[in-house]
Write a protein that binds this ligand. Structure first.
Ligand SMILES: Cc1cc2nc3c(=O)[nH]c(=O)nc-3n(C[C@H](O)[C@H](O)[C@H](O)COP(=O)(O)OP(=O)(O)OC[C@H]3O[C@@H](n4cnc5c(N)ncnc54)[C@H](O)[C@@H]3O)c2cc1C
Length: 508
């Protein structure tokens, strides 16, 4: 019988890992060595939010314990790098071959291709089973599938919210138009549930608290770290939040971190939760009369639509996606993204939330953070770096298509069909941020002008011909008809000064 080394990456904590199933069919349990690595190089690659580090490390250690309890021989190793850790494991175990599952991230997969050379033995790389959509890039020159077409295909393939004849339940594939309500005052919101830390998590918190360059307070960690806890988080979401998820999906509130969102992305992205299980749970809640169709459809669209679409587009566009900069945005990220204050209530609240919790919901990521960065012409690489450091659910495969694609339109529209930009008016309509702000979202120029509003009109003026050519942006550009020459020049003059100060890091 051969000796096999099963190498499981830290974001592949699957209940039924294909590499284990494969190995069990080839060798006796006693000849299979499962290797998990805590790579110090990876953990300290950037100034990560400590909650993310605690989550990843604690989940990994719990996974190792769960595999041991199932009878696997597990070696959980701390190493300077993944390569060093696996090299030591090979020297010690001397396996006939290595079995692994393809990484979700580009760099991980490129490294796996080199393992055979690095470690001098055959490597079996199994297809990635964490996603429902294939990661095979479309043939060169193939017409790009829109997200909506992709999503309908996924609903059909996985028989989600369908009538027996294959048509969508309720007669429509998409209820997005009904899911854009601001939050009425005094809406009761379920409290965010926190999972108590056991001895493993406590130990990880102590270790991560000592990382010199990491950010945030590890001791306030309360995320799920096991499959059972992630299942519980899903159940609680379905019961407590899903019914209102759809209607308030785009709403923002200064004093609420989560509203009716699920906070399931950290678990999905680590393999603790399976996307189809989440989608089916939402459908079951709808069919049992516990959630409206608009909510269940909206949630399912996020999971089997957007999430899978982003993964697929990542693989179609890598590695070029990292270098795309369609708007030639070169301004450095303002220092106050890391520390300090911008003076804008919405931005300061969302940034503080990220360093406190590692989370903000989709519309805050899109319409507060990347909206600002697009309007201010911030370098996409710097924005990606910040998101990768700050968020508990950030991984290369999901960050680049969301930040560079959907958020900054740096891909020139290869992922989303229009730049997601707005003035302060949108923020005022969808949130209560503006009430606590020194700026006025309705004012374009002068000392009270909301920077979003100033920079939005400046962006339209600067890029008018290009925006006009986009059918989805045409109506926004038409608004310029009502801006006379004096106003145009005032907007552009003030924007130049504002942006210069931003680059210099001067107080606004
Ligand atoms: C600028 C920007 C950065 C983002 N960075 C990340 C990231 O680092 N990691 C990440 O998982 N998502 C990212 N997203 C997508 C989305 O914002 C998050 O998945 C979502 O906010 C996670 O919170 P939630 O679990 O409460 O989501 P919910 O609102 O409850 O949505 C349910 C699930 O749908 C999935 N989902 C929805 N939209 C997307 C999307 N566009 N891409 C991928 N999955 C999606 C997530 O798995 C999420 O858990 C980003 C979006 C933007 C605009």
């Amino acid at each position: 019988m051969p000796t096999l080394l099963v190498a499981i990456l830290a974001d592949q904590l699957l209940r039924e890992h294909p590499a284990l199933t494969y190995a069990a069919a080839q060798a006796d349990h006693s000849d299979i060595h499962v290797v998990l690595i805590e790579s110090q190089a990876r953990l300290q690659l950037r100034p990560y939010q400590r909650h993310k580090l605690v989550l990843v490390l604690s989940a990994l250690r719990h996974y190792a314990a769960a595999l041991r309890a199932m009878g696997w021989q597990v070696s959980l190793r701390t190493a300077d790098s993944w390569r060093a850790g696996l090299s030591d494991a090979c020297a010690q175990i001397n396996p006939d071959s290595i079995v692994t599952m393809a990484g979700a991230e580009y760099n991980a997969r490129r490294a796996q291709e080199r393992w055979a050379t690095w470690f001098g033995r055959p490597v079996v790389v199994l297809p990635n089973r964490q996603f429902l959509a294939a990661d095979v890039p479309a043939a060169p020159g193939a017409k790009r599938q829109t997200m909506e077409a992709f999503y309908r295909g996924m609903r059909t393939r996985y028989q989600l919210l369908l009538e027996p004849d294959g048509s969508p339940v309720g007669g429509s594939w998409n209820y997005d138009a009904e899911n854009r309500k601001p939050l009425p005052k005094n809406t009761p919101i379920p409290p965010v549930y926190r999972y108590p830390s056991d001895a493993i998590t406590q130990q990880v918190i102590t270790e991560i608290a000592a990382y010199p360059d990491a950010r945030g307070d590890a001791t306030t960690f309360g995320l799920a770290v096991t499959h059972a806890q992630a299942d519980d988080a899903l159940e609680r979401f379905i019961r407590e939040r899903l019914p209102d998820f759809g209607r308030y999906e785009d709403a923002m509130a200064a004093d609420e971190d989560v509203l009716f969102h699920s906070v399931l992305s950290p678990y999905l992205n680590l393999g603790l939760l399976d996307p189809l299980t989440c989608a089916r749970a939402a459908e079951a809640a709808f069919r049992a009369g516990l959630a409206p169709l608009t909510a269940a459809e909206g949630f399912i669209r996020q999971i089997v639509g957007w999430r899978e679409y982003m993964y697929r587009r990542y693989w179609e566009l890598m590695p070029g996606l990292r270098g795309m900069n369609a708007w030639n945005a070169t301004r450095p990220l303002p220092a106050w993204f890391w520390q300090g204050q911008s003076g804008m209530h919405c931005l300061d609240t969302v940034i503080a939330r990220v360093w406190r919790t590692g989370y903000s919901h989709h519309i805050e990521r899109l319409m507060i953070l990347t909206n600002f960065c697009t309007l201010a012409g911030i370098d996409p690489v710097a924005v990606n770096e910040w998101f990768l450091a700050g968020y508990i659910d950030a991984y290369d495969w999901v960050m680049w298509p969301n930040v560079s694609g959907m958020g900054l339109n740096a891909d020139g529209g290869l992922i989303a069909t229009k730049p997601y930009i707005s003035s302060g008016a949108y923020i005022k309509r969808m949130s209560n941020y503006c009430a606590g702000c020194r700026y006025d979202p309705a004012v374009r120029t002068g000392p009270d002008a909301c920077p979003y509003t100033l920079l939005y009109w400046n962006f339209l003026l600067t890029h008018q011909p290009r925006l006009q050519a986009n059918p989805r942006m045409g109506p926004a550009v038409l608004g310029l008809r009502h801006v006379d020459d004096d106003q145009r020049s005032a907007i552009q003059t003030q924007a130049v000064i504002w942006l210069e100060r931003l680059s210099e890091g001067t107080e606004q």
